[in-house]
Each structure stands twice: as C-alpha cells, then as structure tokens.
Design a protein around this ligand. Sequence first.
Ligand code: SAM
Length: 286
Amino acid sequence: MLKIDNILLPNGLYIVSTPIGNLKDITIRALSVLKNCDFISCEDTRVTKKLLSKYQIKSKKLISLHKYSNQNKLIFLVNKIKEGKSIALVSDAGTPIISDPGLSLVILAIKEEINVFPIPGPTAIAASLVGSGLKSDNFFFVGFLPNKKNQRLNILKKIKKINSLLIFYESPKRIRKTLNDMFLIFGDRKCVIARELTKYYETFYRGKLSKLKEINKDLKGEITIIMSPPEKEHVVEENKIDDEDMEKISKFVENKLSKKDLSEILSIIYKKPKKFFYTKLIKSIR
Ligand code: SAM
C-alpha cells in the first residue's frame, strides 16, 4: 500500500491534476497535497470521492465549484486561504482550467496576492498528442468547438491555415458532425481520433479524414481529435508567385522602380526574404 506523507502545506491555492481515466495516473505530490490540504474544491463531489477513497484519503471537506458557481463561493474560498488554509482545486478529470472550471478562482487568488501552486499531471492534450504519432514541432490547442454549426464552421475557417497540429476536445454526440465539418473546411488531412485514453477501451483511429468520417464503429466515451497541419504545397500555394507573374511585374515596373525596392515591396506582401525576389527578378530579365 502506498504511504502518503503527512506534511504541513503552506497556505495557498493548489491546482492539482488528477487522472483522465486510469486512477493510477496520479503523482505522489498530487496525493500528498490532496491528503494534507484543508479543503478540496471540486466539480462533482462523487467523482472526487472515488479518487480519494482509492488512496484512502479520508474525511476531507469537499466544496463544489463549477462554471455556474457565483462570486460568493469564490470569495469564501479565497478568504479561507487568507485565514491560513490550503485549498486544492481539482476537476473531474485531468488538469483543472483546461476546458474545465477554476480560472475565476485562480484570477481572484492572484488579485488577492495569494500563492498559486500548479501540481502538474495528466491532461488529454499531452496523452493524445504523444500517442498520435503525428509529426509536428508545435501544436495549437483548440478545445471544444461551439455547438452552433455556423459558429463551428467559422472557427474551423479561422484556424485552417495554422501551420501546427490542431487538438480538439469533442463529445461522442457531436463527433460525426464535427468530422464532416472538418472535412468540408480542411479537406482530406491526416488525423487521429484518440478515444478513452488510459481506460480499458483506449483506441487510436488513424488515417485521412475521408476515411475516419466514415468509420463504422461506435465512437462512444471521451474523445480527443488531433489534426495534422495543412500540406506544405497548400501553405506555399497561398503565397505563391510564379515565374510568369514575376516577369509581368518586372516588365510593368521597368524604369519606374529599382529591383531592390521592388524586392522589398514583394517581400512584405508575400512574407518571404528580399533576396528571394531579387534573384527571381534578375533571372526574369535575362
Ligand atoms: N481538464 C481535462 C484535461 O486536462 O484533459 C479536460 C476536461 S474536458 C471537460 C473533457 C474532454 O477532454 C473530453 O470531452 C475529451 O474531449 C477530453 N478527454 C478527457 N479525458 C479523455 C480521455 N480519457 N480520452 C480522450 N479524451 C479525453
């Protein structure tokens, strides 16, 4: 049996990450904070009680906090910390505040000059990203898309050109619609659906959007989608200037503008180095 230490926690707000499915995915430090804090602010008390009972953390005072909690609840919690108490903030799963409640409490705590201690651990962002096998040096976390179709399509259009992996949280109820909308806006990109991570039915569906949107399996449970960036040619195409255009431009500005000045203007418009255009201009008048 794991023995969790007894320590005196300095007063403050502890933002504690908890498992995203498998209850063994919790750090020793997180358990120590949960055991030794004065209060735990949580979403659903039943979910947090289950975690506490697994680690035999007994008689903890749980205070529920969700997105509809009013300012009085936040003030109550902050006052407790000011009186010298330590409060652990947890959500039902993963890292609080990441598509979960808690931000207003952290903002108020910082405003009141209270110490805030993140206790890092699981989040579906990291687990899905590393298991996806998709290559990218960076990623952009989108979170949940809006419910309304128009708003959803608008967001997808806005983020279409981002040259990074995109990570979305999604509910099983909307996954089909979302995959169709993504196909409509992004085209046939590579993507990964990470389902029920760390749980018994953990599954990764990998492939092109055209294939995944037709998937015949029941997509139940918790789902994260990782979308690859636009294809290279796609990105270049947006800023493309071909040799024929270059020749037309250089003819048009002949004797009106120096090659150096023209290169500078083109580099601003097309967001490419001046040298790139200068070399092209020299070639085009040969
Ligand atoms: N705070 C959490 C975190 O750090 O990942 C996210 C909370 S958000 C309300 C819940 C969403 O996270 C789910 O709808 C799903 O998109 C994603 N998620 C959470 N657990 C997951 C899991 N085990 N497998 C796949 N996705 C998961």
